[in-house]
Design a protein around this ligand. Structure first.
Ligand code: TXA
Ligand code: MG
Length: 326
């Protein structure tokens, strides 16, 4: 049993930035809040510390991590070249739910980028984590703070549920504002390309830098784009017509996550509405939380209604497709 696999007796949750800072300085892994989802952070310059992230998550080493920084100037320290379009996007959307993929230099260990020549960089927009990033003398490599393939956490309690006993400290920054992950943009051969759809929509990005490609192959580059991901333990079915889907599964214990209207076919207790009215941003904010809650109820099947394919609904449906992939 190595150091990481040893059970940590107690996982503490709190708002103590100095404590998080000290642990990270010692090469430990700490869960941190961001405006998208909670991250599982370690010193990005410390290979052994980063190694612990992979072990704790059960994440394949072929899946690269995002490096979090306090300000864009810091990116110049460990990147080779920053395209004009990346500057424009960062200027407009950082701090915020934007990740840019840029050519790295030797300061970033290979383990962080899974051997890729590029590093993903993001400035998160959360006061506690910004304070933390300004205090430590290194950037923080951090994937979402869930076991590999499971639903991402949007509260400290979600992280505790999934990782208690495996990490020492969860920096508790409350509920994540956005609730789904950042939009990842890379520049292969100079062409701006969305690797992962997220909080910032394609339309918002195109308004800033002109036409962008969407990277649809899951085989390379962004393994978060694996067909199965964000999955509860309970099987998920994604559908357009809730009542029709409920009728197909009559007689089994079903939980329903739906946009804004209850179905009459099952008790309201077995249903979670993502919002009232037509509010895709509120729906994104509640999505993972609803999936965590439904998974805990222990039903046999979770039926989720597809959201309108517009705005942030596109990124939500992307997550739901992967959550329901078998
Ligand atoms: O909102 C977010 O981005 C959250 C918070 C914690 O910042 N982080 C997050 O990390 O979602 P993770 O590890 O769950 O997803 C990161 C995605 C993965 O799909 C990974 O493959 C991709 O980013 N990625 C990381 N480095 C990359 C690179 N150099 N090139 C292409 N994709 C990369
Ligand atoms: Mg993730």
């Amino acid at each position: 049993m190595n150091i990481v696999e040893k059970i940590i007796e107690q996982t503490v949750m709190g708002k103590d930035v100095a404590r998080a800072c000290a642990l990270l300085g010692e090469g430990e892994v700490v869960a941190i809040p961001t405006e998208t989802v909670y991250g599982l952070a370690a010193n990005a310059f410390n290979e052994q510390a980063v190694h612990k992230i992979f072990t704790i998550k059960g994440r394949p080493f072929s899946n690269p991590l995002i490096v979090h920084i306090a300000g864009f100037e810091q990116a110049q320290q460990f990147t080779e070249h920053i395209p004009e379009a990346a500057y424009k996007l960062m200027e407009l959307f950082s701090p915020g739910p934007l990740t840019v993929v840029l050519p790295k230099n030797e300061l970033i260990p290979e383990i962080v980028t899974a051997g890729l020549p590029d590093v993903a960089i993001r400035i998160p927009d959360h006061p506690l984590t910004i304070e933390l990033l300004k205090t430590v003398s290194f950037p923080l490599a951090a994937p979402s703070a869930n076991p590999f393939g499971y639903i991402s956490p949007t509260s400290a309690a979600h992280v505790h549920k999934m990782l208690a006993g495996k990490i020492k400290y969860i920096l508790d920054g409350g509920t994540c504002k956005a609730g789904i992950e950042s939009t990842i943009v890379g520049f292969p051969n100079g062409m701006p390309t969305i690797y992962r759809e997220g909080v910032i929509t394609r339309a918002e990005i195109e308004k800033t830098i002109g036409r962008v490609e969407i990277h649809r192959s899951h085989k390379s580059l962004a393994p978060g784009m694996l067909p199965g991901h964000y999955q509860p333990n309970t099987p998920v079915v994604l559908c357009d017509d809730v009542d029709c889907e409920l009728a197909k599964h009559k007689g089994i214990d079903v939980g329903l996550i739906t946009y804004n209207t209850y179905s009459d076919l099952i008790p309201e207790n077995n249903q979670i509405l993502l919002c009232s009215g037509f509010d895709l941003i509120a729906a994104a904010n509640r999505l993972y939380s609803a999936m965590h809650d439904m998974d805990e109820r222990g039903c046999q099947l979770i039926i989720i209604k597809k959201l309108p394919d517009m705005g942030i609904g596109i990124a939500i449906n992307d997550r739901l497709k992967r959550a329901s992939y078998r």
